[in-house]
Design a binder for this molecule. Sequence first.
Ligand code: HEM
Length: 527
Amino acid sequence: MPFISKWSWSPVDLVILVLLLSCSWVLSHGFFNLFFHPLCRLPGPFFGRMSPWPSAYHALKGDRHIWLENCFKKYGNKIRVEPNTVVFRSPAASRDIYGSKANVKRARFYDALMRKEEDRNTITTLDNTLHAKRRKLLNLAFTERSLRASTVFMQQHIDRWNELLVGNDISDWSEPRNFTDWVDRLVFDILGDICFGKSFEIKEEGNNPIREVPHAIVKTMRFVYTISKSPILGLIPWLRPRGLSRIFNSIRSKEIILYDNFIASSVKERLQREEKSKASPSSSTREDMFHFLCNAEDPDTGLPAFSDQDINAEAHLLLVAGSDSTSVTMSGLFFYLAHYPRVHAKLTEEVTSTFSTSDDIAPGSKLSSCKYLRACIDEAMRISPAGLSELPREVLPGGIEINGEFFPEGTVVGTANWTDGHNEEVYGDPEIFRPDRWIPGQGNSLEDVSFIRAAFHPFSMGPFNCAGTNFALQELMLMVAKTVYRLDFRPAPGFTASEGVPRFPLVDAYITVRDGPVLQFRPRSDY
Ligand code: HEM
């Protein structure tokens, strides 16, 4: 066959051919994205409009939120940061995208959060109807009754944590404490107790391999976030049953394996206890979140709403969604309190004048009357938000109007908590930690406060908003009030923020990654 021998390829020829084909694919796609894509007229960084790689690069670096901020400065309040993604910085756009009537669903990004199909839970259910059904059932774990039942566990953990923060020598400042690590442990223990009726006990001294789990979650999220911003995203659902799940499984760190096993065994144990208490109704039932999930019934069939596999998947969601978000708010708040002594003093004054002892601090009208405490928490969620970049939503058939402009089906849209919270047009002095901005009469009119409140959505809004909002706010109010009542704290020597306006450094990985502040604690002198 002279024809074939004439056309035989050497390995070098093949490599060159593959390279040429790849280059022409990338260039023709880039060319299309720049000049013929339906969004081609929108402003944004040149390479971002051409391909998703700049976005993936900043996701890898962890500074995607800062990149968005710089793009807004350069191109205005609407930017095309990826060929098919438009991010906005305006309160009206937030309402259009996340409001209850928005014609959107969660974007494919959420698919990347699952290792395998069986891990699908409420946040990764992309179909709106299925999500609504699942969310209605998940809400059963967040009723007033379950919140009340969880209060006592929260208080016990916080009381113990305060003791540990001070250490043995109460007459002097404690050893320097990396507050992020310490608060991660507290929040994990509370969630373990409330979700499974079993605390992880990682805040206690001694060896506990689960203690590494919060770090392992961060590592996993940084990896997943980069993948989710790369062109590989679209292939994930196809690749998952074709080997990707196996690869993800095999590269799990030992801490994540340990954590997965821990959740699986806790879920199993907790299910058995629930069965037992059903069998002997006279025994006391622990009304943790798990109890409500186990007993949820599908309204259509009357059968248990969640399979054991579903409960396992929801348990993972509750632990990740409930831990990092609360923890970053605490770390941000304590960083700013340590660097703004007047704010710290005003907060302490409010809490100590409201309660006669730290043990009296409990949910109720007195705690709700602490307006400055709530303002400090809001200010922390504005300046160090949980989730820095956009929560991506995909436009459904029929398109959507955002700020009066039409966007077609398939466009990915969003607003980013970090750039929203640092918007000078809304906050005037966004770099300053100023809780007073949330309280009318402290140099602000009622209109000023209503204006910023209307632009502030730390828990998102609409059908995909945070299921744990009330739980999180109660937990935060208790943790902050008890800690400032009992303890004094300061930046450890050598750990004060450098010159200029202090800013708590944050890394974007869909969740907010943080480190520090490094603080020292001691009992308050008049405590
Ligand atoms: C300061 C604390 C918290 C903040 C700022 C926060 C914020 C958020 C946000 C912005 C979302 C939407 C995420 C997205 O669409 O990608 C969300 C979802 C969620 N959060 Fe929270 N969260 C906090 C604490 C908690 C806690 C303590 C729990 C539970 C124990 C929780 C459970 C959930 C769940 C289950 C979802 C998914 C809801 C759904 O898909 O329908 N969160 N949270």
